[in-house]
Design a protein around this ligand. Structure first.
Ligand SMILES: Cc1cc2nc3c(=O)[nH]c(=O)nc-3n(C[C@H](O)[C@H](O)[C@H](O)COP(=O)(O)OP(=O)(O)OC[C@H]3O[C@@H](n4cnc5c(N)ncnc54)[C@H](O)[C@@H]3O)c2cc1C
Length: 585
């Protein structure tokens, strides 16, 4: 079946929904999503969304700008970061006016709390001197993403945006650098649909499921990354994978940084508050890359606590906060600890380990969410990307907490505005013949295969090797081992067999296609990580432990190369106001 829409947005998380609100009346807009819209991962975000509102204490967007640049380990593009931090204040007030129920302070203003890496100068006359934590994260208890997603969804419904829930997008239709649409499988019927479009936005979220332990929802299989990568569009900075320090031990379910923002502390087996040694000034509120490395170091040096299964964890101690703060400001995450680990955070500390959390890299875009495929600014006309799947790049080598919910509403909106301009000026570019060929052939192959490989087996082996060799600590030897394994798994994937041969709700089939996406995404991550012979932000190479601005102050662009090794090129970092300096906390 062929549909025609002026704008097709893939993904109903915060980025996709915010973009959809910009498509003007009189033009058609379809939002495709593989899960029901309000089950998008944005809905699980806990801690907050930041803006220098200054509701609790003096703050300024320029301090926020500095923190984000420093947090990114100077790899973030400063023009984009400036736009985001400056626009944050307007964006939050806009959400408030759309009806988002923020938590309030005693004055009735939007309440704000501290979050990792968000600081201000201790002495305002010395902006580059010592910095102290600042209350900058706006929140709705610990369900900020949930209320943000519901608010945006309601506004889309009010506006008449057309949703296609449980439509699984498999391919992008692009020819001569001009976008023509997407191909999707309707999960309920198995039917293949072509969406012919003037503009397409990918807002498909992250890829956490490439790794064994992750905070990401099961849908986070990196589809958007893999689809564009297969179509010859590069991915930017894929080596930068964020590990969040506090995942529930063994499960990876997130305990928001808000727990530390409210005063929680990390302890080792001696009860020592070990972050005092690694980040003497801001301690437990240091950025995530710094804390995750500190935690692994504690475990390696024998100060972790061993569980009955032989694996190690550390402790997140909230016991001193008292029931008032825990029940009012952290109800959801403390509930997770009770339900999944049987631990009552009011009385005992929570066992935690770093968990795969966020993709700093992604589809390269400019500050208007237009996809740009090289260092010369060449665009794919009519193609946009926003949110976690995109790399603007505002997060550089390491994202600060609460900057992603901000990124999605700022750049979702900017992309939506550009799409609106484009659809007014342009006609539909014709569809190529056989636009759904790749999807048809892939589905036929999977349904008819009599191979002996299983999806779950290959997926688990991939997740294990990525977790062991391409996570917080990396070496050339380890990454090469992972690459060999990925090659082997890709070969075995060709022999994968599924049991369900039917059409309706064939989740076997969807999972098999998702596995192909996980494999391609993992390839891009591993090769990018092997190539970058320095340590910066979340990318830590034990064999190259220092940041090397001389050779590596540049973005990676990785291009797929059929079945051969991918090709790697570079793009300069945009530096406007803050020259790279040593990053200490
Ligand atoms: C547990 C958790 C807590 C977090 N807490 C915070 C926080 O407090 N503050 C903060 O700033 N950030 C937080 N983050 C990060 C932040 O929530 C995400 O980065 C952000 O919400 C991503 O939004 P998005 O719109 O890009 O994508 P998502 O919300 O992930 O949505 C992706 C959409 O794409 C669709 N999709 C994907 N693939 C396909 C396909 N093949 N076909 C069709 N549709 C597809 C999905 O169905 C979904 O609708 C958290 C993340 C997690 C996992």
């Amino acid at each position: 079946m062929i549909h025609q829409f002026d704008a097709v947005i893939v993904g109903a998380g915060g980025a996709g929904l915010r973009a959809a609100l910009e498509i003007p009346e009189g033009y058609s807009c379809a939002v495709l999503t593989k899960v029901y819209p309000t089950r998008s991962h944005t809905g699980t975000a806990q801690g907050g969304v930041c803006a220098a509102l200054g509701n609790e204490e003096e703050d300024s967007w320029e301090y926020h700008f500095f923190d984000t640049v420093k947090g990114s380990d100077f790899l973030g593009d400063q023009d984009a970061i400036e736009i985001m931090c400056y626009d944050a204040i307007r964006a939050i007030i806009e959400l408030e006016h759309m009806g988002m129920p923020f938590s309030r302070n005693e004055k009735g203003l939007i309440a704000q709390r501290p979050f990792g890496g968000h600081t201000k100068p201790k002495d305002p006359n010395n902006p580059f001197g010592e910095r102290v934590p600042v209350k900058r994260a706006c929140f709705s208890a610990d369900r900020t993403g949930h209320v943000m997603l519901q608010t945006l969804y309601e506004n889309c419904i009010k506006k008449g945006v057309q949703f296609f829930p449980e439509f699984f997008v498999t391919d992008l239709i692009v020819q001569d650098n001009i976008i023509r649409g997407v191909v999707a499988i309707e999960i309920a019927t198995g039917e293949i649909h072509i969406f012919h479009a003037k503009t397409v936005m990918f807002a498909t979220g992250g890829y956490g499921r490439v790794f064994r332990i992750t905070s990401n929802a099961v849908v986070g299989t990196g589809d958007g990354f893999a689809i564009v990568y297969r179509r010859g569009i590069p991915l930017e900075d894929m080596e930068f994978v964020q590990f969040h320090p506090t995942g529930l031990w063994r499960l990876g379910i997130l305990v928001s940084e808000a727990a530390r923002g409210e005063g929680g502390v990390l302890r080792n087996k001696h009860g020592e508050r070990f972050m005092e040694r690694y980040a003497p000034t801001i301690k437990d509120l240091a950025p995530r890359d710094v804390i995750s490395r500190a935690m692994y170091t504690e475990i390696r040096e024998g100060r972790g606590i061993q569980g009955p299964d032989g694996t190690y964890y550390l402790l997140l101690d909230l016991t001193h906060l008292g029931p008032e703060i825990i029940n009012k400001k952290l109800p959801e995450i403390t509930g997770f600890a009770r339900i999944y680990l049987g631990v009552d955070p009011l009385k005992e500390p929570i066992p935690v380990v770093p968990t795969t959390h966020y993709a700093m890299g992604g589809i390269p875009t400019n500050v208007d969410a237009e996809v740009v495929i090289d260092d010369k600014g060449t665009k794919i006309e009519g193609f946009y990307a926003a949110g976690e799947v995109a790399c603007v790049s505002v997060h550089g080598a390491n994202r600060l907490g609460t900057n992603s919910l901000l990124d999605i509403i700022v750049f979702g909106r900017r992309g939506g505005k550009k799409m609106a301009e484009y659809i007014k000026e342009r006609d539909f570019a014709p569809l190529p013949k056989d636009a759904d060929e790749w999807t048809r052939k892939t589905v036929e192959r999977l349904l008819n295969s009599n191979g002996k490989e299983r999806v779950s087996r290959i997926r688990t082996e991939l997740q294990e090797i990525m977790m062991d060799k391409v996570s917080v600590f990396r070496t050339e030897e380890g990454i090469k081992e992972a690459i060999e394994k990925i090659k082997e798994l890709k070969e075995r994937y060709k022999e994968v067999k599924i049991d369900d041969k039917g059409k309706r709700f064939n989740t076997d089939l969807i999972e098999a296609i998702e596995l192909g996406n996980l494999l391609d995404t993992a390839e891009a991550i591993a090769y990018s990580a092997l190539n970058r012979t320095e340590s910066r932000g979340a990318h830590y190479r034990e064999d190259y432990p220092k940041r090397d601005d001389q050779n590596w102050l540049k973005h990676t662009l990785i291009y797929k190369n059929e079945d051969k090794e991918p090709i790697i090129k570079y793009k300069p970092v945009v530096i406007t106001k803050i020259p790279p300096m040593e990053r200490k906390y």
